[in-house]
Write a protein that binds this ligand. Structure first.
Ligand SMILES: Nc1ncnc2c1ncn2[C@@H]1O[C@H](COP(=O)(O)OP(=O)(O)O)[C@@H](O)[C@H]1O
Ligand SMILES: [Mg+2]
Length: 270
């Protein structure tokens, strides 16, 4: 198959992106490029602009000035069906509340297939779930096969996140955006969730994860983007992150987040 120019470019590209709401500057002059298959961690103190950056990548908000290109398309130029088509290729995982309450796990997972189903098949599936074997297979991969017919409220926070990952497995998105997916979980469960997300990355899938707990940087990220006050202040491999950099990035939050205790040694940091 001959690759089109859009397929050859990076999966995410920001050129001179500013995002303002009223007189508030959320992001300031961002230029960056994320090639296909990369596993990127997004770090920075609260209010730095991580969620805003992910939302721009997801085509749910647009730059005030500058250009955001996602999967080869300029998001600002898309409307209606073209925008829906782009969003179907993107999987978004939030901190919590990723599941539809009152809808059994099987249906919540099958939402990952809605992009491929007709309206009728989707409606019929609510009465007679379609492709249940696919949902069961995805749940097996996150070790939740036995919870196929459970309701979200019967699951722990960690299990709910795993169901959301099973949904991503069925969706097979080209771009996975996860906004602090581990921050409401304890460190061990959080690590598992981020590990599973990173395992989705490959030759066809790019993964961006914003992190609250920096211990998770020990997972196999290819690259870290650190934001502060809406600007990228570091862009490089985990091993180049030093304590001085973390102090500069996190400022007052450095002590509160116990960043002195974060083990950077394994990654070669000082
Ligand atoms: N809808 C909005 N209106 C005004 N300010 C906003 C809005 N959304 C976010 N902000 C502000 O933009 C900044 C960046 O927010 P956000 O992207 O949520 O940061 P982070 O995810 O790193 O905590 C914060 O100062 C926040 O208060
Ligand atoms: Mg946020």
């Amino acid at each position: 198959m001959i690759a089109t120019p859009a397929q050859l470019g990076p999966d995410v590209e920001f050129v001179g992106v500013h995002k303002r709401i009223g007189d508030r500057v959320l992001l300031h002059d961002l230029t960056l490029s994320i090639p296909r298959g990369e596993r990127v961690a997004l770090i920075g103190p609260s209010g730095a602009g991580k969620t805003t950056l992910l939302r721009l990548c997801g085509g749910v908000t647009w730059p005030t000035t500058g250009e955001v290109r996602v999967l080869g398309q300029r998001t600002g130029a898309l409307h209606g069906r073209a925008l829906c088509r782009l969003r179907k290729q993107i999987g978004f995982l939030h901190q919590h509340d990723n599941l539809v309450p009152g809808l059994r796990v099987a249906h919540n997972v099958l939402i990952g297939r809605l992009g491929q189903w007709s309206l009728w098949k989707a409606l019929w599936s609510l009465l007679r779930p379609q492709e249940v074997d696919r949902a069961a297979g995805a749940l097996q991969r996150v070790e939740l096969a036995s919870r196929l017919w459970a309701l979200p409220e019967e699951l722990s926070g960690g299990e709910q996140q795993r169901v959301a990952i099973a949904r991503l497995l069925l969706q097979s998105p080209r771009l996975v955006l996860a906004d602090e997916p581990a921050s409401s979980l304890d460190i061990r469960l959080g690590r598992e969730i981020v590990q599973q997300l990173l395992a989705l990355a490959g030759k066809d899938t790019t993964v961006l994860v914003s992190l609250h707990a920096l211990d998770l940087l020990q997972l196999p990220f290819d690259r870290v983007l650190a934001l502060r006050d809406g600007a990228v202040v570091f862009d490089g491999p985990v091993k180049s992150i030093t304590r001085d950099l973390l102090r500069a990035v996190y400022g007052e939050e450095y002590q509160r987040l116990h960043l002195d205790d974060v083990d950077l040694v394994r990654n070669g940091g000082a």
